[in-house]
Design a protein around this ligand. Structure first.
Ligand SMILES: C[S@@+](CC[C@H](N)C(=O)[O-])C[C@H]1O[C@@H](n2cnc3c(N)ncnc32)[C@H](O)[C@@H]1O
Length: 328
């Protein structure tokens, strides 16, 4: 009898322990994916050092408090951009890298801004500043507000039949449209020092404007944020002695997109020596410790599609690389 009682008692103890283990297991596995999401989102510098450009698996879009309070460090960003040396991937600094306030200077039709809004559609609230002194009808078809104050230029192409708002695009982002020249004092003084994570200069591409933009925007970018710009190529002019300024990319022929928009076939894209000189001079004169980087723009329709990006929002008249550096 005593044996039977002991047996029942022991079976009961084991059953109780078993149920505790079972109830522990689901809690543990629920935390698993969050941990691994973060590990995936932070780039791997060993892969980056190979400097390959294979299409990668789309990164998970889940974000958490940790991500937004700890943006990618410059070495994280650099590793990521070395794996993806295309300007299209700047949007991932916002989507995956914890950058929260970005700006495109010179938005034209709004295609590149649309790329950012689309790519970052499933993250926590963020802010996008669009700067354009001459809004056109393609931009207004996307963002009707852009045409609210004054004349717009009518262009034949790139209109949407439904605006971003009507398509539900931009519901997680505060869009600020600025009808201004980038160097306008009233415009610039709206921004507190160090209030921007990412600025992309793609407005006027002459030496004087870019040089002034560099001085104007440097104080507005936060430490370890990024100041970047389009059209970093020339016809072989001698670089200045800043870090990373050797090996300026050579301007390549216009793209098919460019030819279909009136650029001469097989002709080399315009020399952007003014942009290159402005960036190099700025670094030599003001920030000799800062290292300059640039993209390659060797993407294809397929490589972008693999990462969920739309080639038609990225391609321009040229495949001119973009320069970028980190604010110190
Ligand atoms: C090359 S387009 C921009 C293309 C666009 N970023 C894209 O990737 O599709 C240059 C735009 O900059 C605008 N722009 C020219 N000067 C500017 C300035 N000083 N400040 C801001 N935008 C300017 C032009 O009106 C034009 O729409």
């Amino acid at each position: 009898m005593v044996r039977v009682v002991w047996y029942v008692f022991l079976v009961g103890i084991f059953a109780l322990l078993g149920s505790m283990v079972n109830s522990y297991t689901p809690w543990f596995s629920a935390c698993g994916p969050e941990t691994s999401t973060q590990e995936i989102a932070v780039p791997d510098s060993r892969e980056a050092s190979q400097n390959a450009n294979p299409p990668t698996k789309p990164m998970p879009k889940i974000r958490n408090q940790m991500d937004s309070s700890m943006p990618w460090s410059p070495s994280d960003v650099l590793a990521f951009m070395q794996r993806h040396p295309q300007r299209a991937y700047f949007s991932r600094l916002i989507r995956d890298g914890g950058f929260r306030v970005g700006m495109e200077v010179g938005v034209a039709d709004g295609r590149f801004s649309e790329h950012f809004l689309t790519d970052c559609a499933n993250i926590q609230p963020w802010t996008w500043h669009m700067v354009e002194p001459f809004p056109n009808s393609a931009l207004v078809s996307r963002l009707p507000n852009a045409g609210a104050s004054g004349q717009i230029t009518h262009v034949p192409e790139h209109h949407l039949t439904k605006s971003w708002g009507e398509r539900g695009l931009g519901s997680n982002v505060q869009i600020h449209f600025h009808r201004h020249f980038s160097t306008n004092g009233d415009f610039l003084q709206q921004f507190a020092p160090e209030s921007l994570d990412f600025v992309y200069l793609d407005g006027a591409h002459d030496y004087a404007n870019v040089k002034k933009e560099l001085f104007d925007f440097w104080p507005l970018v936060r430490k370890d944020g990024i100041l970047a710009g389009h059209d970093y190529c020339n016809y072989g002019e001698t670089p200045l002695g800043c870090q990373g300024c050797e090996n300026v990319p050579s301007c390549q022929p216009y793209t098919e997109y460019g030819v279909s928009h009136g650029k001469p076939k097989r002709a080399r894209a315009a020399n952007e020596a003014g942009v290159v000189q402005a960036v190099h001079e700025f670094l030599v004169e003001k920030h000799p410790d800062v290292v300059l980087h640039h993209t390659l723009e060797n993407f294809t329709r397929e490589s972008l599609a693999f990462d969920g990006m739309d080639y038609d929002l990225i391609i321009t008249n040229t495949r001119n690389p973009s320069w970028f550096f980190f604010k110190q």
